[in-house]
Design a protein around this ligand. Sequence first.
Ligand SMILES: Nc1ncnc2c1ncn2[C@@H]1O[C@H](COP(=O)(O)OP(=O)(O)O)[C@@H](O)[C@H]1O
Ligand SMILES: [Mg+2]
Length: 326
Amino acid sequence: MRSVVSSGESMAKHAEEVDRTVALARTIALVNDKGGVGKTTLAVNLAGQLAGAGFACLLVDLNRQANVARDLGYRDTASDDHGRNLFDAITGRGQLEPVPGVRPGLDVAPGGIELDDLVSHMVGRMSREGLDANLALGNALSPLAPNYDFVVIDSPPEATFLVDLCLYAARWILIPTRSDGAGLDGMANVAKRFAVAKQYNPGLSLLGAVLFGTGVRSTSIHDEVRDEIAQAFGGQSPLFSAFIRFSEKTAQDGRRMGRLAHELEEDLAAQPAWWKALREGKRQGPRISATAASVAGDYRDLALEVLSVLREAEEHQSASLEGAQQ
Ligand SMILES: Nc1ncnc2c1ncn2[C@@H]1O[C@H](COP(=O)(O)OP(=O)(O)O)[C@@H](O)[C@H]1O
Ligand SMILES: [Mg+2]
């Protein structure tokens, strides 16, 4: 009798897993144990580019620092609940209700200080449920995910429990790194956790690694990083050809003004020439760096490469499914 119950239970569990996997098929988590490697900046700009291209996107901010709110300019506005709803959805107290239309086509589940108790909640839950507890974020997202073409998750640094929540929810992992050793160490740690998460979230795959904040002409450094990444992932290097160039000024402009790189590019085009404003005696606000246009181009190249890698992977997957059915 017991075996019948448990096989029924395991079938239900399998069905739940299939539902979750299908719903979250285009969920991309930005992950690296290290802070300051570009997770947040990439998450907002990638989601922003995809939304701008007409894809419906949900951006989930799993950070207590809530830099997503700063980058998108909604910090401390009426729609900023500092992570309360996300906390409630992950801990099973309510449904996830993202803030709609932070940009056309872009909804956001805000993070913030309300996520402070999430780690202790997860510790308690793991002691009762084991590693299954890590499926909590995926379970919170899966009812909503079918409304979106993409779900992008920005993960926190050095918060093992919360990074695991991302690894158990996402279908794809995108790993940003700087060209120094620190970012690469963080990447190797993710590679290890990835293997465990895959047992619970079998669809989990590596989308690729992205070089963030690097020199445009540093091609020999890019080659070195490519080799190191290949070693960390046991062979093939998943490094994207697209990279995000170093530009402190554009980073500063973006965070100060709550504007994404492609929005700064538009603002830049509308910005009057400095001498014209001076001649007309107009007060000059802070000027947007001309590099914004190149940085926006980098994010565009990255978004296009992400789309083509995803399409290729999905075509490969459906071809192998068809092959298996014949
Ligand atoms: N293109 C860029 N070049 C150099 N620094 C950048 C660039 N874009 C953003 N930054 C800066 O890099 C730092 C880390 O970025 P962030 O996305 O917050 O990393 P993480 O989320 O991994 O901690 C921030 O101070 C940000 O302003
Ligand atoms: Mg961050």
